[in-house]
Design a protein around this ligand. Structure first.
Ligand SMILES: Cc1ncc(COP(=O)(O)O)c(C=O)c1O
Length: 391
């Protein structure tokens, strides 16, 4: 099929709810991906953050192939060795007990339900932050404090209180007798790779302890090694009560989990929540292989090396180009804020063979794979620099 034939089929048969580039991707390997016309790109945004191990990582491919031949799916009325092992491996690298589902938004829905089930009936409100992004189902989109995503969807799920990101006094003021939880991305992703102000997460922890609130970290984007630790809460040294993880957690396959401290876990009592495919053997096998690959290949260390490279190079560029307003990030989660819209940069990079993302209108967001090589990183950075210099 030619590129145009594929685009025509989309036009005719696929709902146009995504803004898509006119490119058909056919094959990926590591941090390289090819389109239907044979053009090769370096991918600094593999799978919207799912491709933390790059495209088609061999240990994941092998684990999935083996699992496919053995047992594809059994629902959660049974036990499987794969789900048990995946839960143990995640818990040993974070805490508590797991509920498995399929996507980030589902993990957050589980957390929203858990809050309601674990607290007295009159306490149901969750405080979330301007610029947050928690997913697209009705609960998660109601948690997402960005009005542009609410347009036309009202009435939203009641019970969310939105406060400015980083404003601890606003959080204090928002807490009332109905408040049950605080939910935050340790680093806002879609909101523009926004770091928490120094000490902010710790202050949230203190407020939760004082007011008996549940602290939820949405680690859908920051989790699984993205920040150079297994989870961003470890990077910031603040222990939440719940984390939600997805995207990279099962090596680019659909898979997600909510991890909950032991004392809260019984609140999700039998019959109160479920996901038919949650923790299925294929996603579990991929999830187990993901953790093993990260450890066996020393990828957390590589993330820390890449962080230094990206931040150094972009900070140098910041000194050179007025158009760069700010450089920030942690691990392989990098934001470069521009004084202009980023769309032309994204398109310019794509033309030169580099895939990147722009979020919040003017923030170049890079979520490269943790096994990106230094040479590939430098090649991509040089392309971005060239595009920015020639805007
Ligand atoms: C922090 C965060 N939470 C939740 C989600 C939703 O995840 P999904 O698209 O898998 O439902 C995303 C997706 O980008 C995200 O970045």
């Amino acid at each position: 099929m030619t590129t145009q034939q594929t685009l025509n089929k989309y036009q005719q048969y696929v709902i146009g709810n995504y803004t898509r580039f006119p490119v058909v991707l056919v094959r990926g390997e590591g941090s390289r991906i090819w389109d239907a016309d044979g053009k090769c790109y370096i991918d600094f945004f593999p799978g919207w953050g799912c491709g933390l191990l790059g495209h088609c990582p061999p240990p994941i491919v092998k684990a999935v192939q083996k699992q496919m031949e053995t047992l594809i799916h059994v629902p959660n009325s049974w036990h499987t060795e794969q789900q048990a092992e995946w839960a143990q491996m995640l818990s040993e690298r974070s805490f508590g007990k797991a509920f498995f589902c399929n996507s980030g938004t589902e993990a957050n829905e589980a957390a929203i339900k858990l809050v309601r089930l674990a607290t007295p009936k009159e306490r149901y409100k969750i405080i979330t932050f301007h610029g947050s992004f928690h997913g697209r189902t009705m609960g998660s989109i109601s948690a997402t404090a960005q009005p542009k995503y609410h347009d036309g969807l009202q009435p939203l799920l009641p019970g969310f209180t939105y406060v400015p990101h980083g404003d601890i006094n606003a959080v204090k003021d928002a807490i009332d007798h109905e408040t049950a939880a605080i939910m935050i991305e340790p680093i806002q992703g879609e909101g523009g790779v926004r770091m928490p102000p120094s000490g902010f997460l710790k202050e949230l922890r203190n407020l939760c302890d004082t007011n008996d609130l549940i602290l939820i970290f949405d680690e859908v984007q920051t989790g699984c090694g993205r920040t150079g630790e297994w989870f961003a809460y470890q990077t910031f040294g603040v222990l939440p009560d719940v984390i939600t993880v997805a995207k990279a957690v099962s090596g680019s396959l659909p898979g997600a989990a909510m991890l909950v401290k032991e004392n809260l876990a019984p609140a999700l009592r039998p019959g109160m929540h479920a996901a038919t495919y949650g923790g299925n053997p294929i996603s579990a096998a991929a999830g187990i292989a993901t953790i093993k690959m990260i450890e066996e290949q020393g990828l957390l260390e590589n993330v820390r090396k890449l962080e230094t490279l990206f931040l150094n190079e972009f900070n140098k560029l910041h000194g050179e180009l007025e158009i760069i307003q700010d450089v920030r990030g942690k691990g392989v989660m990098i934001g470069v804020e521009l004084s202009v819209e980023g769309e032309r940069v994204v398109n310019g990079c794509r033309e030169r063979g580099l895939l990147i993302n722009c979020t919040h209108g003017n923030v170049i967001r890079l979520l490269p794979a943790m096994n990106l090589t230094v040479a590939e990183a430098q090649e991509g950075i040089d392309i971005i620099a060239d595009v920015l210099r020639n805007l």
